[in-house]
Design a protein around this ligand. Structure first.
Ligand SMILES: [Zn+2]
Ligand SMILES: [Zn+2]
Length: 263
């Protein structure tokens, strides 16, 4: 064991990914994003065996409500430090944060034994970041809310041991669905969200020799189905050992990465 992760929920109605160093009882525990009400957050944390008082930090990706709505209330009630870019802080009034930690110029930082690398992504938000979190030689990549895979993203997300990857929509479902045209263009555009096919192509392009666990995340309820996502990824899953489809209501349960014998 070294690093473990789970989810409070994943999708346009709220996101939150827990990451912990599970080698010791008091290992770091962080929450990446909190898009739920305080009450709902407390309930979902409890389901995963975590008390809010145990959180060492909340790390924010960007200001969209499904990622940030619960950050202020959670941070204020439990005095949790919040790591956030200046751009995200500027555009969204999240109120007083007792312990604000500014992420400058996407510089890496640490929370106890967790080493966090922010990565700039193409998304229609103010200075958005996605994250790679490393601990004891294990590497977890979290990559949702981006409209295309930039060379910068591709460079950073190589050789992950686990990857939480957005597969937001099926382009045909999005095109024929009920969204107004402007929203269809936003979601499907270069600064919106990844389609199943974009995500699968990305996975095909990275070094995935070490990839133990792939989580398909931020799946749209209106414009996608798990079946369509499965079809899109079918040819690129080798040699991934475990594939999980994150859901809005349940997120996903704890996944622990195994440590190689020679570490
Ligand atoms: Zn989102
Ligand atoms: Zn977003």
């Amino acid at each position: 064991m070294s690093i473990a992760f789970s989810s409070l929920g994943s999708g346009s109605k709220g996101n939150g990914t827990l990451v912990r160093d599970n080698r010791t009882e008091d290992g770091a525990i962080v929450l990446v994003d909190c898009g739920f009400t305080l009450k709902e957050t407390e309930k979902r944390l409890a389901r995963l065996g975590i008390a809010p008082e145990q959180l060492d930090a909340v790390i924010v990706t960007h200001e969209h409500g499904d990622h940030i709505n619960g950050v202020g209330p959670l941070a204020r009630k439990y005095n949790v430090p919040v790591h956030i870019t200046p751009g995200t802080l500027r555009v969204k009034k999240i109120g007083q944060i007792p312990q604000q930690r500014i992420i400058k110029h996407y510089e890496p930082f640490s929370i106890k034994s967790l080493n966090v690398t922010p990565v700039a992504v193409p998304h229609d938000a103010s200075e958005p970041a996605q994250y790679i979190i490393e601990c004891n030689n294990k590497r977890l990549g979290i990559l949702t809310d981006l409209g295309n895979i930039s060379p910068h993203v591709e460079m950073h997300y190589q050789s992950c041991d686990a990857l939480v990857l957005e597969a937001n929509h099926d382009p045909a479902m999005l095109a024929s669905g009920a969204y107004p045209l402007s929203l269809k263009q936003r979601v499907g555009g270069a600064w919106g969200h990844l389609s199943n096919q974009q995500a699968a192509r990305f996975l095909e392009s990275v070094d995935r020799e070490k990839l133990e666990c792939l989580v398909i995340a931020h799946i749209s309820r209106q414009n996608n189905t798990i079946e369509l996502a499965k079809q899109a990824f079918a040819d690129v899953l080798n040699p991934v050992k475990q594939v999980i489809y994150a859901c809005q209501d349940e997120g996903f349960d704890w996944v622990s990465l195994t440590v190689d014998i020679n570490h």
